[in-house]
Write a protein that binds this ligand. Structure first.
Ligand code: ADP
Length: 263
């Protein structure tokens, strides 16, 4: 960079081998954090070294979903991330007290992210997943500036209205010139006990987003996976152990696991 006052972000250095993904969505509640933690746990269970940076400052639910209740420790100038289910976890939630809302403006957020990326002792990660706040906000732009090689993973539901906003989140990558790794459709269907698939949120959202982003960026953006709706996904998230670990043979866990195959 040539600017010695800028903290050094290991993931942005030439030759760094960590694959960095920013998980984005157009709106909240589509399962962005759920996808992040299940993907992380799935990759870690395969023996990869995985970190999750919860940058969803308004939603920060990653620590809860991974059952991580302890705070990071500090050694000299480095922040040591707690580990949950073999995943290193850093979240804004660990640095705030209780449930106090975080009202941070762009520049402060940018600095916080910079610190999480530069001052946390992540070690040699194979994969770093960043859970972004929903929408096309400051954080996505910051990530683009801090780690230009970070790829975007777009999470949407099958609903066409959700697909439109998800596309806008993906289109940020055009501005920041980041690669879009692909699209994940969550809550794709609910399977009844007699094996019927009910498409509670419609269908086609994931395909639409993938096709439209492909056109927008002029490069193939694949639909990487479809995750069914299953109450167990939420229950396990609430309990702090992702379903890929509690019930690896369940339909959603298999869907997350085949999603992990593409990483
Ligand atoms: P976001 O990060 O996009 O705001 P979350 O991951 O917090 O969304 O998910 C919102 C809620 O939906 C959570 O309670 C979560 O447990 C639940 N959820 C997410 N995906 C599924 C799914 N496939 N099946 C059932 N519940 C889900």
């Amino acid at each position: 960079r040539g600017d010695s006052t800028e903290p050094l972000i290991p993931f942005a250095q030439p030759g760094n081998l960590t694959r960095v993904y920013a998980v984005a969505s157009g709106k909240g509640g589509v399962g962005k954090s759920t996808v992040t933690v299940n993907l992380a746990a799935s990759l870690a269970a395969r023996g990869l070294s995985v970190g999750v940076l919860d940058a969803d400052i308004y939603g920060h639910s990653v620590p809860r979903m991974l059952g991580s209740t302890i705070r990071p420790t500090q050694v000299e100038q480095m922040i040591i991330p707690p580990v949950a289910h073999d995943v290193k976890v850093i979240s804004i939630a660990q640095f705030t007290s209780g449930n106090a809302p975080v009202v941070w403006r762009g520049p402060m957020l940018h600095r916080a992210l910079q610190q999480f990326l530069a001052d946390v002792f992540w070690g040699d990660l194979d994969v770093l997943l960043m859970d972004l706040p929903p929408g096309t906000g400051d954080v996505a732009i910051s990530i683009g500036q801090l780690i230009p090689t970070a790829e975007i993973l777009v999470v949407t539901t099958p609903q066409q209205a959700a697909a439109e906003v998800a596309e806008r989140a993906g289109a940020i990558a055009l501005q920041t010139r980041q690669k879009i790794a692909g699209v994940v459709e969550n809550m794709s269907w609910f399977e009844t006990p007699d094996g019927q698939r009910m498409e509670l949120f419609g269908s086609g959202g994931g395909e639409t987003v993938a096709a439209n982003l492909t056109r927008a960026v002029g490069a193939e953006v694949p639909l990487l996976g479809q995750i069914p709706l299953d109450p167990q996904v939420r229950e396990d998230g609430d309990e702090g152990t992702p379903i890929v670990l509690t019930q690896p043979e369940s339909a959603p866990a298999k869907a997350f696991s085949s999603l992990a195959d593409s990483f």
